[in-house]
Ligand binder design. Structure first.
Ligand code: FE
Length: 210
């Protein structure tokens, strides 16, 4: 039996497959080289791609903050505390300007309901702020938010570039039965989510108008 690795057709296919990320990275997409590399990982193939900066230069949509925002949340990239119940959730992404420049030092303030659908309005449980790094990246460790009456599953966030205007919005989860019955739901604000070692991993890139 022939070794498939020696088959000329297969070798040609492999060359094309290896070249594809480089073609994709050409021109204005150069900054997405690392994401292009990530896109060929097997576990990423089934995901619908997150809208990328530069696809339409449109700023991230705004939505209501709702009644549960509290200023002066603690500075932390992980909202997990000892004994925090719930399925682990890790969210990552970047913050860009409309010109596709990564925004370093952008303030991101997250808050969401606990697995029972309750907000902590006394303390700061499941609330925290952080700043994007030099490449505009952010990462949040938390748990999957619960549902509460009238709303689908969501994470609240305010994002503000240094000296910029705050963007208030919410991030949504794909495949939620309540998405289409929630008047605040916006498909443009849906994260790419995948299972990763017993936890959920979500990805979203923000684009700020100012
Ligand atoms: Fe809410």
């Amino acid at each position: 039996m022939r070794d498939p690795d020696l088959d000329p057709g297969r070798r040609r296919f492999m060359r094309l497959a290896l070249a594809a990320p480089l073609v994709f990275a050409a021109g204005r997409k150069l900054r997405w080289l690392s994401d292009a590399a990530a896109a060929v990982r097997p576990e990423s193939r089934v995901l619908a791609p997150t809208p990328e900066c530069g696809d339409d230069d449109e700023p991230t949509h705004e939505t209501t903050a709702g009644p549960f925002f509290k200023p002066r949340s603690p500075l932390r990239g992980s909202l997990l505390e000892p004994g925090t119940p719930g399925k682990r959730l890790v969210l990552t992404g970047k913050v860009f300007s409309v010109g596709c420049h990564p925004l370093a030092g952008a303030l991101m303030d997250f808050w969401h309901a606990d697995p029972e659908g309750e907000y902590d309005n006394v303390g700061f449980r499941l609330r925290g702020h952080q700043y994007t790094d030099r490449e505009g990246r952010w990462r949040l460790e938390t748990v999957v938010p619960g549902l509460y009456p009238g709303r689908t599953r969501h994470v609240h966030v305010k994002v503000q570039a240094p000296h910029g205007r705050p963007l208030t919005t919410q991030l949504f989860f794909p495949g939620e039965p309540r998405n289409l019955r929630d008047g605040i739901f916006d498909p443009e604000l849906m994260m790419a989510i995948r299972e990763q070692g017993g936890r959920e991993a979500g990805r979203f890139h923000f684009v700020l108008a100012s």
